[in-house]
Design a protein around this ligand. Structure first.
Ligand SMILES: [Zn+2]
Length: 398
C-alpha cells in the first residue's frame, strides 16, 4: 500500500527538539513513513494534495475513559471514538475503565480490578474502533495486588496502571512495591492528582505524595477537575522529573499557571495532554485540539511546540511509537488548514491565535480514514484533494 501526500505548506514533526520540517511531500508505504520529498513515481494507492495546508502527526489523547468500545454509558452516547477521529485524534490511552455502571468503588479488590482491566483490554482494546488506536486495560490499582496480578495485566497487554483509589499515604511501601512490579513488566504508572473526581472516591494527591512515589505520569496536574494548589504545581515543575499531564477537564487558570512555569523553566519536554473524557466533562471530539489551542492562544506557546506536546510528548510518556513524523514511524497523520475568517494568512498564524483549524484528512497507518471533510470541524479554506485513490474499503483496518 503506497500513499503520497504532496503540496504540503507547513509540516510539523511532533518532536519538540525540532518542531518544523522543511518538507513538501511525503511517501507512506505499508503504513509507515518511507520518504520525504522523494520524486513521485506515479504508482500510488492514494495521492493527496494538501493544497498548501499543514501536515502534523495524529493527536494522541493520553487520558480517556472508555467503557465498552464506542458506547460510553457515562454520557449515554454512541460513536464517541469515531467522532474523536474526526477531531484529529488517532491514538488514545485509557486512564482506567472506572465508569463501568454499577462498579462499587467502596468494594474494589485486586481480583476485581485485574479482571476488569483484562476484560477491557480484550474488548475495547482489541478492536480498532473507527480506526483509532485505543490502548485500554488500565488497572485501577488497589491494596492486595501481587506479582501474579501484574503478570496477568502484562499478558493482557496493559501499558498503564493507575493509582486513583489507592490509600497511598497509608501504604507507601506497598505502593512502591506495586510500582516496581509494574515497571519490571513494562507497565507505566499514572497517578490521579488534585482533589476528588466525579467518582467521589478518588484520593487527593499533591506534590508531597508524588515526590516519594515517583510515578511516570502525574495525571491532570492542573485539575481533573479540581487542581492541586499552585504551590504544589510549582514544586512539581521545579523539583520533579516525571511527565506532567494537562487535561481539558481541568482548571484553565491552573493550566495557564503550570504551562507558563514550564515554559519559563525549560520543562516543556515533560508536558503531555489528554481530555479526561468521556466523563463528567462530556464527550468532546475536539477536546484535545482545544487543549493544544489553549497552549498557543492563551499560554503563548509556539504552534510547533504545542503540537509536539499533543503528539510526540504524549506518545513518549506512554511508550507509544506514534506522534512523530519521521522515517519508519507509523503514518498517523492529520492534514489541516486555516478556516476562512481565522487570524492571519497561514495555518501557523491561526493556530498561534488559538483559532480552531479545519481538518480535511486523517490517516491511520497510512489509511485515509477521513478524506476531504471532517464531520467535526469547519472546512479549511483550502481542503486537501484526493486523486487515484484505490481504497475501496473505509472501515476497520484490522
Ligand atoms: Zn480521568
Amino acid at each position: 500500500m503506497r500513499v503520497r501526500i504532496e503540496g504540503i505548506g507547513e509540516c510539523y514533526s511532533g518532536d519538540l527538539a525540532n518542531t518544523r520540517l522543511a518538507v513538501s511531500a511525503m511517501d507512506i508505504v505499508d503504513g509507515r513513513i518511507a520518504a520525504f520529498d522523494a520524486p513521485a513515481d506515479g504508482e500510488y494507492d492514494a495521492r493527496i494534495d494538501a493544497a498548501g495546508g499543514a501536515v502534523l502527526p495524529g493527536l494522541v489523547d493520553g487520558h480517556v475513559h472508555p467503557v465498552f468500545g464506542e458506547w460510553t454509558p457515562t454520557q449515554d452516547a454512541l460513536g464517541w471514538i469515531g467522532n474523536y477521529l474526526h477531531g484529529g485524534t488517532t491514538s488514545m490511552v485509557s486512564a482506567g475503565e472506572l465508569h463501568v455502571p454499577g462498579l462499587d468503588y467502596a468494594n474494589l479488590n485486586a481480583e476485581l480490578v485485574t479482571s476488569l482491566a483484562v476484560v477491557t483490554a480484550a474488548t475495547t482494546g482489541r478492536v480498532r474502533w473507527s480506526g483509532v488506536k485505543v490502548h485500554a486495560g488500565t488497572c485501577l490499582l488497589v491494596p492486595g495486588m501481587t506479582e501474579q496480578h501484574l503478570d496477568r495485566l502484562a499478558a493482557a497487554g496493559s501499558k498503564l496502571a493507575k493509582f486513583i483509589f489507592f490509600p497511598l499515604e497509608d501504604r507507601r511501601e506497598e505502593a512502591l512495591q506495586i510500582t516496581r512490579w509494574a515497571h519490571e513488566r513494562g507497565i507505566r504508572i499514572k497517578v490521579h492528582t488534585g482533589g476528588v473526581s466525579r467518582s467521589g472516591a478518588s484520593r487527593m494527591c499533591g506534590f508531597s505524595t508524588l515526590q516519594w512515589l515517583q510515578p511516570d505520569i502525574a495525571a491532570h496536574v492542573s485539575g481533573g477537575p479540581i487542581p492541586m494548589p499552585e504551590r504544589d504545581i510549582d514544586e512539581l515543575v521545579d523539583r520533579a522529573q516525571f511527565m506532567l499531564e494537562v487535561c481539558s477537564s481541568g482548571n484553565d487558570r491552573s493550566t495557564l499557571h503550570l504551562v507558563r512555569r514550564m515554559m519559563e523553566r525549560d520543562q516543556l519536554h515533560r508536558l503531555c495532554l489528554g481530555t479526561d473524557t468521556p466523563g463528567g466533562t462530556g464527550v468532546v471530539p475536539r477536546g484535545l485540539f482545544r487543549s493544544l489551542l489553549f497552549l498557543t492562544g492563551v499560554c503563548g506557546m509556539d504552534p510547533g511546540s504545542a503540537i509536539a506536546c499533543a503528539t510526540g510528548n504524549t506518545a513518549r510518556a506512554h511508550g507509544l511509537d506514534v506522534g512523530v513524523l519521521a522515517i519508519g514511524r507509523p503514518g498517523d497523520i492529520v492534514i489541516a488548514g486555516r478556516v476562512d475568517g481565522s487570524s492571519g494568512p497561514a495555518f501557523a498564524h491561526s493556530l498561534a491565535h488559538g483559532d480552531f483549524p479545519g481538518i480535511s484528512c486523517v490517516l491511520v497507518d497510512g489509511v485515509p480514514l477521513v478524506r476531504g471533510r471532517s464531520e467535526q470541524t469547519p472546512p479549511p479554506a483550502q481542503p486537501a484533494l484526493f486523486s487515484c485513490c484505490n481504497f475501496s474499503w473505509m472501515g476497520n483496518p484490522q
